[in-house]
Design a protein around this ligand. Structure first.
Ligand code: AMP
Length: 219
């Protein structure tokens, strides 16, 4: 049976960084809805152009296009053993759609690590975040700067600030998260799948806590 892990948490809590590490540690594919939208944006696809208007404002892209994009992604061969889902689902309708689509792969959501931090910490973290152009490697101007300013340590590409990582947009994204994504915390808690992780710890300690929690949950 494949293993699907949903990483839940507010913008800026370090979900993307942890999802990458978990994917390396577990061998499961990393499926990031935000990365998929950004890839479409870069390639100027129809989906990318549609998503841009929502992303720039810090709003969610409509459920129907988001769901079909993820369905397409998890159908690819590298997701045969399962996936780490990062940034999806983000609404109750997306969570329902995920349960339905995983049935097609004889799978279920096995575990939902929920990484948390207080709002002031989130704003500070997300608004100081810089991303590499080529592969989306993530840095922070204060907590984790690249060795050479503006250059990715891992692939040498330019490191830039995402439009939606500017302070005003980050604040808006946190509001949207509270209104639209928080209900999923209850949904997965009631289903007995939620595992709370303190996201204010050092990156390595969050990873350790995540790996321990996944082991205990048998995911
Ligand atoms: P992220 O990199 O996960 O913070 O996503 C960046 C932006 O992409 C979000 O602010 C949304 O505009 C859009 N997005 C990513 N995932 C979703 C989703 N599951 N549903 C709707 N919009 C999304």
């Amino acid at each position: 049976m494949p293993t699907y892990i949903v990483l839940l948490g507010p913008p800026g809590v370090g979900k993307g960084t942890q999802a990458r590490i978990l994917s390396e540690e577990t061998g499961l594919a990393h499926v990031s809805s935000g990365d998929l939208f950004r890839e479409n944006l870069k390639n100027q696809t129809e989906l990318g152009n549609l998503a841009k208007s929502f992303m720039d404002k810090g709003e969610l892209v409509p459920d129907d296009v988001t769901i079909s994009m993820i369905k397409d992604r998890v159908s690819r061969p590298d997701c045969k053993a399962g996936a780490i889902l990062d940034g999806f689902p983000r609404t109750p309708a997306q969570a329902d759609a995920l349960d339905v689509m995983l049935k097609d792969f004889s799978g279920i959501v096995n575990a939902v690590p929920y990484i948390t931090a207080a709002e002031n910490i989130l704003v500070e973290r997300a608004s100081g975040r810089w991303t590499c152009r080529a592969q989306g490697h993530i840095y922070h101007e204060k907590f984790n700067p690249p060795k050479q300013a503006g250059v990715c340590d891992l692939d040498g590409s330019e490191v830039y600030q995402r439009e939606d990582d500017k302070v005003e947009t980050v604040t808006k994204r946190i509001r949207v998260y509270i209104e639209q994504t928080m209900p999923l915390v209850d949904y997965y808690r009631k289903a007995g799948k939620l595992i709370e992780i303190d996201g204010t710890q050092a990156v390595e300690d969050v990873t350790k806590a995540l790996l321990r929690a996944l082991k205990n949950s048998n995911a």
